[in-house]
Every structure is written in structure tokens, then in C-alpha cells.
Design a binder for this molecule. Sequence first.
Ligand SMILES: N[C@@H](CCC(=O)N[C@@H](CS)C(=O)NCC(=O)O)C(=O)O
Length: 212
Amino acid sequence: MPTLYGCPNSRSLRAAWALEEAGADYDYVFVDLFKGAGRAADYLQINPGGKVPTLIVDGLPLTESGAILVWVAEHFPDAALLPPPSDAVARAEAWRWLCFCLTELDAALWNLAKHRFALPERLRVAAMEDTARWEFERAANLLALRLEASPCLAGEAFSVADILAAHCLAWARSAKLEIASPTLTDYLERNLARPAVARAMAREAAAKADAA
Ligand SMILES: N[C@@H](CCC(=O)N[C@@H](CS)C(=O)NCC(=O)O)C(=O)O
């Protein structure tokens, strides 16, 4: 059974969401990032980067939320979290938007977070706030264009690309970035209303409560 190392209010929600969509059995281990557990020697043995999520699959500590989403989609094909190889166009769209979410949306949000609080104070540049906001807005506009043309990023059907995009939009909202496009706000609400999201959040919260 896979084991997910995660922490509420982090990118591990992406992994838990995908596992819940797939109906997977998995263990969840809470890593208290806010108390430095990511830097503890035992966790660094598992993930030398000290970050979450990490998914242990067949003894392999798989890091990177994008790779974890693809692993889940490929190991639970019945959940149809990626278009099948026979649908080459939809599959290419899924890959395209997965990459876009990681390199454009996530990158802009991470820039904002790094310069607000995540970097050591001496490395933070206040002016990066404007840069990151500009980068996010530009990426969000492109995402909106795609979603004006199709209900999901890969086409008609929900895929792991939508998990990444919706997670990034929810992150933007909690970082107090404006999401001006009604297409994007509708898309966000629709995806956050999926039962797998509530289950994933409950799983993360329960693991944290158990560890207290
Ligand atoms: N590129 C990685 C980023 C993972 C990441 O930065 N996770 C944050 C939480 S959202 C973390 O664990 N930060 C702890 C740290 O930087 O020490 C992914 O997508 O999985």
C-alpha cells in the first residue's frame, strides 16, 4: 500500500486528492513542516529535500507532486485520471497543462511565497511581490482561455491536470491574489466541490490531529 507523507495546507493535498479520486488504499504520515519535521534526520532519509509530498511506492520515495499525480493516474487506470493513450489529442493536452501548471502557475505562486516568507529573510526581495503577481495573472489568463474552450484542461473529462490547476487557483485565492475571470472561479468551485477533495482534506486533518 502506498504511504503519503504530507502536511495540511501544502502541495500534499494534490497527492491526497488524486489518491482519493482513484479510490486507493494508502497510509498517511503527517510531517509537521511548521515544527521543522521536514528537516528531521529520519524524514531527510526518505526525502533529502525535506519537502512534502513524498509518496512511497514499492519502496521508492517518489517526490514531486506532478510525478505523484501521474503515478496515481497510471496505477489506477480505472479512475481515468489521464486520457487513454488511444486518445492522443486529449492525452497531449493533459501533459501540456500539467507542465503549464507546474512551470507557470505553481512557479509564480512559489515566487510569491518565497519572497513573502519561505526564503531566509536576508534573501527576500519585497519587489518580487509585483513580479510574481504579474506572472500569475499572465498564466491565469492563459488558463482561462483554455477553460473558455473546454470544461476541463484535457478536454471533456476531468484529469490530474485539473487537480494541479484547481490546487494552484485555491492557493492563489488563499494568498489573496485576485482571480478576475468568472470562468476560472466557476472552474475552481466546481472542482473543489468534488467529494474527493473533502475526503483528502479530512484525511490530512485527521492525520494531524492523531499526531497531536
Ligand atoms: N516541486 C515540489 C515542491 C514541494 C514543496 O515545496 N513543498 C513544500 C510544501 S507545499 C515544502 O515541503 N516545503 C518545506 C521546505 O521547503 O522546507 C512539488 O511539487 O512537490
